[in-house]
Design a protein around this ligand. Structure first.
Ligand code: INI
Length: 155
């Protein structure tokens, strides 16, 4: 059986990192994880664009504009949503996740889902560079893999 899968090599691809300002102390750790892993896989800092949005709810619209501009080969969406006392959390999470997936499918551009959806700050810290790794880095690597996979699958 022949298997097609994307590698993790970066040549001259351009990346747009879109990061929420809400919970910025933790989001910044995701941004740094994404930046670090992209550069260690061959990206030049000049190939990386950072875009800031107010919160996770705004990630899809910025991703949509970035994708439609055709300036980027891949987009990494980064944010942190932490459950509060009301149902606000559920709306922000589901709209952000659904919106980002829709952008990816409608624009045919890889969009990495680096959005932490956590019950507590502790959970978010664990997933942004401590004991559970860095989900920003994971999302960035998934984008690299998908760019290389789509190239093989053709248009
Ligand atoms: N945005 C986040 O990125 N994380 C959160 O935890 C969060 N909470 O909990 O409210 C949050 N809310 C803001 C939201 O994303 C929008 O920016 C805001 O509603 C304005 O549209």
């Amino acid at each position: 059986m022949r298997t097609i899968e994307g590698g993790l090599t970066i040549r001259d691809e351009r990346f747009c990192l879109i990061a929420a300002r809400f919970n910025s102390t933790i989001v910044d750790r995701l941004v740094e994880g994404a930046r670090d892993v992209l550069c260690r896989h061959g990206a030049d800092e000049n190939q990386l664009q950072l875009v800031r949005v107010p919160g996770a709810f705004e990630l899809p619209l910025a991703a949509q504009r970035a994708a439609a501009s055709r300036q980027y080969d891949g987009i990494v969406a980064l944010g942190v949503v932490i459950r509060g006392a009301t149902s606000h959390y559920d709306y922000v999470c589901s709209e952000a996740a659904g919106g980002l997936q829709r952008v990816s499918l409608e624009q045919s551009v890889p969009v990495g889902f680096g959005l932490l959806t956590c019950e507590s700050i502790e959970q978010a810290l664990e997933r942004s560079g401590t004991k559970s790794g860095n989900k920003g880095a994971d999302a960035a690597l998934a984008v690299v893999e998908m760019i290389n996979l789509l190239r093989q699958l053709g248009s």
